[in-house]
Design a protein around this ligand. Sequence first.
Ligand SMILES: C[S@@+](CC[C@H](N)C(=O)[O-])C[C@H]1O[C@@H](n2cnc3c(N)ncnc32)[C@H](O)[C@@H]1O
Length: 354
Amino acid sequence: MQPDTRTRPLQERDITLLWALRSPCSFGCPHCYFGELADDKIGPPKEVGLLSHIPVRDVERAELEAFARTLADSPVERVVLAGGEPLDWLPTLSVIKTIKEAGCEVVIATNGVPLTRPGIARTLVELGIDGVSVSLDSADAAVNDRLRPSRSGRAGHREVLAGIRTLLDERGQGPGPRVGIYTVVIRARPQEITNVARLAAEIGVDYYVPQPISLPPGHKLFTERCHTAADAPAVEQELLRLEQDPGGLTLPGPTYVRQFLDSIATQDSGRVERCFGGAQLFFVQPDGTVWDCPSDRRIAATPPSARRTIVGADAKTLFDGRPACTDCSHFSRDCVNMTPLVLGMPSFLGRVGS
Ligand SMILES: C[S@@+](CC[C@H](N)C(=O)[O-])C[C@H]1O[C@@H](n2cnc3c(N)ncnc32)[C@H](O)[C@@H]1O
């Protein structure tokens, strides 16, 4: 099938912008897309597209606020703020206000600990933020804190749960935000898929996303953590158990289980017909670079002529001429991690029946 190269009418508002706002994070997860601080001691990686927790190239606040203002009157429907840790940088609250005023939905991806700080959860509720996705990789505190260690050693599972509870309390009977948990699933612990779901349901969380760990083959944790085809049956069993008994949680759509299993069965790239990357999804790095999606394979295949930036740009012009969909030959675990952001979010946020 040929890609649909017709461009979208400008007035259609259907883009999800995944915006990694800042580089630093108080957690030092060894599997993180941003790499480990210790590895970047001599400076952030020089390769285009590679991320680092060292913020030397992060866009100035005034520049990113200027871009955020241009989201009004643009085809961007939803902005998912991530990083790094977006809530460790106080101006993020002002950026959220600007994006809301531009008429976009705002979802924030956080390690959860900032939600325990005085006033943060309350302010998010007051700003009308639409969704808060909190990362938690195990229902077991010790396991989670080994997989997701804070750099100070002083925050972990307990604080993450306290942060979620603070936010749910602040929301009270109000309409929002919807609150979700994201779990990175590793090959040794398929049981976390249903264990974390049970915990999420007990706490009163609204949506839940188990996602496959995605690491390049050269990564030091690749063999230990990344699934192979042999791991698929155990993962399938857990995903199907979750689907049969979601415990009131909203889950990613019906095709998610198959997509998850397809992705972990191989390291080869596959073809994605009618891909939303570069059509309804774009990724902005902390240095302002705009990509079709965060897939390392797709970034590596992007010609220099196609690189763009939010610095000095306006969103209407930036996304003018985007196609209705793209034809991508880089299917990988990264695609699975993007599907809930684009296709799952309307039901996570209660915009459609789940
Ligand atoms: C990079 S974090 C940034 C937002 C925030 N600091 C947090 O901890 O959620 C965004 C999400 O990416 C996930 N993630 C990081 N590295 C990953 C990897 N190699 N494979 C799959 N997911 C990953 C994290 O667990 C988290 O849910």
